[in-house]
Design a protein around this ligand. Structure first.
Ligand code: SF4
Length: 196
């Protein structure tokens, strides 16, 4: 990893927790393919990708905010940062339905870690994930457990990207929704290995 690449993207944490091989393919090999899920996600984010400040009642929304942390050597963009009653917190927008997706929660927590450092504020206790399919928000408590998992994931991603060793392809339920299936070919690779 070059010095200027030492800072990792917040979104890499999400990709890594989804699948370490996918993270490798995107950030080490520069592979990216679209499928229906990634296209839907891009369409959904088209509105929040424009930096703007919006007021909604007693809440101020800042869209498409760049975040960074020198402490964790992270950077990336938050979909939405909100401020209400003197409290500030991140809101991550996802296209699907509410679920216990740790990868989305890690991404949200990493945004909070950046915000805390940038603003010099205390711990941000809560963030939200907005699910477009239902129009509902999931509250995520940014407790010590998720913070620890996020910090551990940051280190795992840094190691993966610095070594650039391709993780093995292991077919699982997540492969069905993965846009990189055509370049990864986990089932086909497993069959080939059996034949050898
Ligand atoms: S196809 Fe499966 S193993 Fe390959 S990158 Fe995608 S999720 Fe990972």
């Amino acid at each position: 990893m070059k010095a200027e690449e030492d800072h990792i993207l917040i979104s890499a944490l999400n990709q890594f927790d989804y699948c370490s091989r996918r993270c490798y393919l995107i950030y080490c090999e520069g592979q990216f393919l679209q499928n229906e899920h990634t296209v839907e996600g891009s369409i959904l984010h088209a509105r929040t990708d424009i930096p703007v400040e919006v007021r909604r009642g007693d809440t101020r929304q800042f869209r498409s905010v760049w975040l960074y942390s020198e402490k964790y050597r992270l950077h990336g963009r938050a979909d939405v940062i909100e401020e209400k009653d003197g409290k500030i917190y991140p809101v991550e927008i996802k296209k699907g339905r509410r679920g216990d997706w740790k990868n989305d929660q890690l991404q949200l927590c990493a945004q909070a870690l950046c915000l805390e450092e940038m603003l010099g504020c205390g711990e941000i206790e809560t963030g939200y994930i907005y699910y477009a399919a239902t129009g509902r928000r999931q509250e995520v408590k940014l407790d010590s457990r998720i913070r620890q998992q996020t910090i551990q994931t940051i280190e795992k991603v840094r190691q993966l990207l610095s070594k650039c060793e391709k993780p093995p392809s292991i077919y699982g339920p997540r492969c069905r929704g993965c846009s990189l299936y055509p370049v990864c070919l986990p089932r086909e690779t497993a069959k080939l290995i059996k034949l050898q």
